[in-house]
Design a protein around this ligand. Structure first.
Ligand code: PHE
Length: 344
């Protein structure tokens, strides 16, 4: 076959060019198929060798085999070149710059109710009060009876709560933290100066009432405690919490465990006293209940009412937080919407 060696030379050139021109693995496999794969042109020549004159067979066979070996090694070299290039591209795309500053976790902060709670606590600590705690699930005795709410007393209705079934007797989710005052007086002798912060529960729900809310109550018992001490303390508390120059007033009220009892109002933080919707045109906002401890409460804890006198007060933490920040709906505190919470 006279043209055989020229043909092989041409195939070798074309094959080499195709391999060099291949841009990716599929181009390369395509070139292999055409030139030196099982069905490629070089194989076709080798298959045709039998038809050649005997004296040409050896030379043509050797040449074709060399051509195929040459193409194969060019193929292998190009394949690793292509793979290396792809690897570099991929790594360039995926490269991590380890010198960039990290993305830190979003710094959170305490909930506005917790903030207000701890501000109230720190005011009273500075005024000489220590902190006491007690159970959320209380007995009827501590929540009502020892606080001078006899069974069936109508004052219980104002604090209707969630009852818990128990073989041990009547249990309630506490409606106020006043039971802590009873528990504390059972444990210690006067002088007593404590505050009782905690979660309380009432069957109550609207824009200013939540079935679960927080209170800080306080109690001071000693010889010669008078209503003037209570007024002085609460006046100082208001000054430290709402700033100086906010008038407050004591308004007569009723609680079974204090006598006399009062509610304390501050000048409306919205209108400054001229009258608005928030203060219902009165110019005042109620912030807490207070009074002189009723002697019958001392009877429950074994304090002698002839020897000791005391005052108590109790406030809702959410209410204080609402007044401080001008929030009109208590439910916002419990929805946990980050857009609301991140403002405080
Ligand atoms: N315990 C009362 C309440 O939750 C508040 C209060 C406390 C009133 C102490 C007077 C004295 O409503």
């Amino acid at each position: 076959m006279p043209g055989a060696s020229e043909q092989i030379t041409r195939l070798l050139d074309e094959g080499m060019a195709a391999i060099a021109a291949a841009r990716g693995e599929s181009d390369l496999l395509d070139a292999k198929g055409r030139f030196f794969g099982k069905k490629g042109a070089v194989s076709a020549i080798l298959k045709g060798i039998a038809a050649l004159p005997a004296e040409e067979r050896k030379a043509v066979g050797e040449m074709a085999n060399r051509a195929r070996a040459g193409l194969e090694s060019a193929f292998d070299a190009r394949l690793s070149e292509i793979r290396e290039k792809e690897r570099l591209v991929r790594e360039g795309r995926e490269r991590i710059d380890v010198t960039l500053p990290g993305r830190g976790p979003m710094p959170g902060h305490r909930h506005p109710v917790s903030q207000t709670m701890s501000d109230i606590i720190s005011v009273f600590r500075r005024l000489g009060f220590s902190v006491q705690g007690g159970p959320d699930v209380e007995t009827d005795y501590y929540n009502f009876e020892a606080l001078n709410f006899p069974p069936e007393h109508p004052a219980r209705d104002m604090q209707d709560t969630f009852y818990v079934e128990s073989a041990a007797g009547d249990l309630v989710l506490r409606t106020h933290t006043s039971p802590i005052q009873i528990r504390t007086m059972e444990r210690m002798k006067p002088p007593v100066r404590i505050i009782a912060p905690g979660t309380v529960y009432r069957s109550d729900s609207d824009i200013t009432h939540s079935p679960m809310f927080h209170q800080v109550e306080g109690l001071a018992v000693d010889r010669d405690i008078t209503m003037a001490d209570l007024k002085g303390l609460l006046t100082e508390f208001c000054r430290m919490t709402f700033g100086p120059g906010k008038p407050l007033r004591f308004r007569p009220s009723y609680f079974p465990f204090t006598e006399p009892s009062a509610e304390v109002d501050i000048r409306c933080v919205i209108c400054g006293g001229s009258g608005c919707r928030v203060c219902k045109e009165s110019g005042w906002l109620e912030i807490l209940g207070a009074g002189m401890v009723d002697p019958s409460v001392f009877g429950f804890v074994g304090y002698d009412p002839e020897e000791y006198a005391g005052f108590a007060f109790g406030m809702g933490v959410e209410r204080i937080a609402m007044l401080r920040h001008g929030i009109s709906d208590i439910r916002l505190f419990f929805e946990n919407d980050i857009r609301f919470l991140s403002q405080f």
